[in-house]
Design a protein around this ligand. Structure first.
Ligand code: GLP
Length: 243
């Protein structure tokens, strides 16, 4: 059973993450951070940026690996996860962009990019702390229901529902949302030494309940956190309402 912390709001959750990661970086200046897109981690990044600034923490050696990327979308596209991670993490935290990797969604190389990405994570010594959001269907990264719990980084098809959810970032037009992605596998995610999953709002309540109290099943990919020795799930009261 993962540790579950119920908080009042995203700021309280973000501060818990930020204090833990700030201490990590002070103890290990070349810490490896697992990064996620989506709205759930934004307050956590904001609070971490405040700690870095207020405490003058040296982040010049901090390394980062993002969870996922759209397939076939140019990295310079404003909605690519490369652009999103640059905007929400690399710039506000002052990280060295050369030390932050995002899976390569180029269609010409995608067949081998997954294995190479997992090798790069291993070569960096593994992820110290992986931040995670959760989809309303229980997906983590872009591991949709049915994804193997032992999977490595690989190309995946996006579900219609996920494309609909993300159409808001593409002028509300689902046809502009890529049909495929490259995502760290659940097996990849489970190798991180500490997992921190953040979920807020009533539309995450079912997924949070299935994650924490349902059986371990590929049909709720986040339930794989039950297999991890150090997983922390931080939720607000609405997201915790079905626990
Ligand atoms: C996308 C991302 C996930 C994220 C999910 C939920 O599918 N690939 O990593 O967890 O959206 O996003 P949000 O945090 O905005 O609810």
């Amino acid at each position: 059973m993962a540790e579950v912390i119920i908080v009042d709001d995203e700021d309280e959750a973000g501060e818990i993450y930020a204090q833990s990661v700030a201490s990590l970086i002070k103890a290990k200046p070349d810490a490896v951070l697992g990064l996620a897109t989506g709205s759930s981690p934004l307050a956590a990044y904001r609070h971490l940026a405040q700690h870095i600034e207020a405490e003058g923490i040296d982040v010049s050696k901090v390394r980062g690996f993002a969870l996922d990327e759209y397939a076939g979308l140019d990295p310079s596209h404003p909605q690519s996860y490369r652009s999103t991670i640059t905007r929400t993490v690399v710039e506000p935290l002052g990280l060295d962009p050369q030390l932050v990797q995002v899976p390569n969604g180029n269609l010409d190389t995608i067949a081998v990019a997954g294995r190479q990405y997992d090798e790069a994570i291993s070569a960096a010594g593994g992820v110290d702390v992986q931040i995670l959001g959760i989809g309303s269907d229980g997906h983590i990264g872009f591991n949709e229901p049915g994804s193997s719990l032992a999977s490595g980084t690989r190309i995946k098809t996006l579900l219609e529902q996920t494309r609909k959810d993300n159409a808001r970032f593409f002028d509300g037009d689902i046809n502009q949302v890529p049909t495929h992605c490259i995502t760290q596998g659940i097996g990849t995610i489970l190798k991180a030494r500490h997992l921190v999953l953040l979920a807020f709002g009533a539309n995450k309540a079912d997924a949070v309940a299935a994650t924490c109290e349902g059986g371990i099943s590929s049909f709720c990919p986040a339930s794989a956190l039950q297999l991890h020795p150090h997983a922390t799930i931080i939720v607000d009261h609405s997201a915790a309402s079905r626990l």
